[in-house]
Unconditional design. Structure first.
Length: 175
């Protein structure tokens, strides 16, 4: 029961694809590395499809691509907000190893992966890439977008960008 209590806050704030009834093992995604790749790439593919959909829609409406990207921004921000904790926690799990009585350490996220091996090093490299893209990259993107829209937000004179950022602004104000 103690371990369940320790995990509770993490589970409440983390959208876990494997925990919502999608058996990743049935899809051939059973190892930690496979799950990390799936978790990292799926949001990128969804984001690309959102952008493509808005760009295609703009071509039919004879609109500027820039306007299409601005229209896609709220959906993209919502996506990043939802996947940020999921990908971050998946990536950071690569650094949690458990040493057994035999003296060998295994990755807690995947006990078939021995720590301090070349395979674990490859997994860490992938996880660092995920950390750079998601926790670092998304945070940096939020900062840059807010700085770009800062004047419109402070003066309460909406622009297309500040309106597109309204979801993110509401979340930050709630915090």
């Amino acid at each position: 029961m103690v371990s369940g209590q320790q995990r509770f806050p993490h589970q409440v704030l983390n959208l876990n694809i494997g925990g919502i009834g999608l058996p990743l093992q049935c899809l051939g995604i059973g190892t930690y590395v496979q799950q990390l790749v799936f978790t990292m790439l799926t949001p990128l593919l969804i984001g690309a499809m959102i952008i493509l959909g808005f760009v295609l829609r703009s071509s039919f409406r004879k609109e500027e691509v820039r306007d299409a990207l601005m229209a896609a921004l709220p959906l993209l921000l919502s996506l990043t907000f939802l996947v940020f904790p999921m990908v971050s926690s998946a990536a950071f799990r690569v650094f949690s190893c458990e040493k057994f009585d035999t003296g060998v350490s295994y990755l807690r996220a995947d006990y078939s992966l021995e720590c301090d091996t070349s395979e674990h090093t490859r997994a860490k490299t992938l996880a660092v890439l995920g950390i750079l893209i998601y926790p670092v990259g998304i945070s940096l993107m939020y900062i840059l977008l807010m700085l770009r829209a800062r004047r419109a937000l402070l003066d309460e004179r909406p622009t297309k960008l500040s309106q597109a950022l309204s979801f993110l602004v509401r979340v930050l104000i709630a915090i």
